[in-house]
Ligand binder design. Structure first.
Ligand code: MLT
Length: 411
C-alpha cells in the first residue's frame, strides 16, 4: 500500500497565490468585460534588460556549436557567475566568501522551501507574521509544525513573531527558545526593513541559542535609504548562524527565466542530538549534488550579464521605475486617508484596510467594484488580518489607473 505523507493533508486549502488566481479567473469568467488590473502576485512586467538578452543569445549560439557546447552544469553553479556575485554583492560590503559557499539555483522560492531538509525534524521554527507562505508550508510538509488550527489560522508548533503597525513591524525576540528563524528583509509582504542594530539582536540571539537564521534577501535591490543592511553578513558573527537567499527574479526580471543563489557559509554550524558539531555547508552541498543538476548555462550567462556595467545601469533604471510606481501607490492611498507602510525600500506597499473591512472583504470590494487585484494580508498569516498588499511591479499606466479607481471607492 502506498501511504501518503499525511502532513500534506494538514495544509490549509491551497497556496495563497493559486487561491487568488482562481478567484480572479472565476470573476473574469462571469464578467468578461471587466478590465482587471493585477497588483497581486509580485511578478515583474518589464522584460529582461538588453545586456541580459544579448548574453543569453550569445550563450545560445555557443550551445549550438560542438566546440562550445556544454552538457550538465556544475550542480553548485559556474564559477564565472559565482565570482561576480562574490565581488559585486559581498566584497563591495567588505564581506569575503569562497566560491564553494555560494550555490546557484533556479529560485529563492525553491531554496527557501528546500533548505529545511537539512534540519532535524524536531527543530522549533519561528517566522515573522505576516510571512511569505513558502517558509511555513515547506516546514508543515516536513511535519515540523504540528497541527493547523483553522479557527486561529495558526500551526500549533510554529512560533509566530507578530509584525504590525503597533510594534512598528519590528519582531520581538521569541519568549520560547527557537532553532530555525526565517527573516525576510526588505520584508515580503509588509515592505518594511530592519536597521543593523535590530538585525544584530537576531544574530546575537541565534549565536546564544545555537539557532540558524534563514535570511531571505530577495528584495535587496529595492533598498533606497542609507544604513539599511543589504546582507545579514554585514552583522558581525552572522556567518556562524545565517544562510542568505538572493534572487535575480525581482531585480533583473528573472521570474520566468529562473536564477537565484544561496549562501551557506563554511562557519555555519548545526548540531547532532548527541552534541556533535556539523558543517552545514557540507550538508547543503551533499543535498544539492544529489537532487539538482544545476541551472542552465544559458541562464547563468544571462545572470552574469546583470553584473556588467551596462547590465547594472539598465536594471537600476528598471528598479527606479518600479519605485516610482511604489511612490504613486503610497501617496495615492495616503491622500485617501489610508494608513500605508512599506514601498520605500521595497516594491510592496502594505496598507491597513478601512474600518469595517477585513482583508478578504477588502479584496472582494476592489475586485468586484473597481477590478483591481491585490493580496489579502491575512493570506500571509494571522497578523496580516486587516492589511492588504499592492505591488509596484505593474505598468505606469495600470498603477495610476488602479490608484484612481481605488480612490473612487466609498468606504
Ligand atoms: C509574492 O508575490 O509574494 C512573490 O511573487 C512570491 C514569490 O516570489 O514567489
Amino acid at each position: 500500500m502506498a501511504y501518503v505523507n499525511e502532513n500534506y493533508l494538514k495544509l490549509p486549502g491551497s497556496y495563497l497565490f493559486a487561491d487568488i488566481g482562481r478567484k480572479v479567473n472565476a470573476f473574469k469568467k462571469d464578467n468578461p468585460e471587466a478590465d482587471i488590473i493585477r497588483l497581486g502576485i509580485g511578478d515583474v512586467t518589464i522584460p529582461l534588460v538588453p545586456a541580459v538578452i544579448e548574453a543569453i543569445h550569445k550563450a545560445t549560439d555557443e550551445m549550438s556549436k560542438p566546440e562550445t557546447f556544454r552538457g550538465y552544469s556544475p550542480e553548485q553553479g559556474y564559477d564565472f557567475l559565482i565570482e561576480k556575485i562574490i565581488t559585486h554583492d559581498y566584497n563591495s560590503l567588505g564581506i569575503e566568501f569562497s566560491n564553494d559557499e555560494i550555490f546557484i539555483s533556479d529560485g529563492a522560492k525553491s531554496d527557501t522551501a528546500n533548505m529545511q531538509e537539512i534540519f532535524g525534524a524536531d527543530n522549533i521554527v519561528a517566522v515573522t507574521d505576516p510571512v511569505y507562505p513558502v517558509y511555513v508550508d515547506s516546514n508543515a510538509m516536513a511535519g515540523r509544525l504540528g497541527e493547523y488550527d483553522s479557527n486561529e489560522g495558526k500551526w500549533t508548533n510554529l512560533v509566530y513573531l507578530p509584525c504590525t503597525a503597533e510594534n512598528g513591524f519590528i519582531p520581538s525576540l521569541p519568549e520560547k527558545k527557537v532553532d530555525m528563524i526565517y527573516l525576510c528583509y526588505p520584508n515580503n509582504p509588509t515592505g518594511t526593513t530592519l536597521t543593523k542594530d535590530q538585525l544584530k539582536k537576531w544574530v546575537d540571539y541565534a549565536r546564544d541559542n545555537k539557532a540558524v537564521i534563514l535570511f531571505d534577501g530577495a528584495y535587496e535591490a529595492y533598498i533606497t535609504q542609507p544604513d539599511i543592511p543589504h546582507s545579514i553578513y554585514e552583522i558581525d558573527g552572522a556567518k556562524e548562524v545565517a544562510i542568505e537567499f538572493r534572487s535575480f527574479s525581482k531585480n533583473a526580471a528573472f521570474t520566468g527565466t529562473r536564477c537565484a543563489y544561496t549562501v551557506v557559509p563554511k562557519e555555519l554550524k548545526g548540531y547532532t542530538k548527541s552534541g556533535d558539531v556539523v558543517d552545514m555547508n557540507k550538508l547543503w552541498n551533499r543535498r544539492t549534488s544529489t537532487k539538482f543538476n544545476g541551472v542552465s548555462y544559458i541562464v547563468q550567462k544571462g545572470a552574469e550579464a546583470v553584473y556588467s556595467e551596462e547590465g547594472q545601469k539598465q536594471i537600476s533604471e528598471v528598479i527606479a521605475f518600479y519605485m516610482e510606481n511604489a511612490r504613486i501607490i503610497r501617496e495615492g492611498l495616503t491622500s485617501m486617508g489610508l494608513k500605508v507602510f512599506g514601498g520605500v525600500n521595497s516594491p510592496y506597499v502594505w496598507l491597513k484596510t478601512p474600518e469595517g473591512y477585513d482583508s478578504w472583504q477588502f479584496f472582494d470590494k476592489l475586485l468586484k467594484e473597481v477590478y483591481v487585484v491585490g493580496t489579502p494580508g491575512v493570506g500571509f498569516g494571522p497578523s496580516g488580518e486587516r492589511y492588504f498588499r499592492l505591488t509596484a511591479f505593474g505598468s505606469r499606466e495600470n498603477t495610476k489607473e488602479a490608484i484612481e479607481r481605488i480612490k473612487s471607492l466609498k468606504f
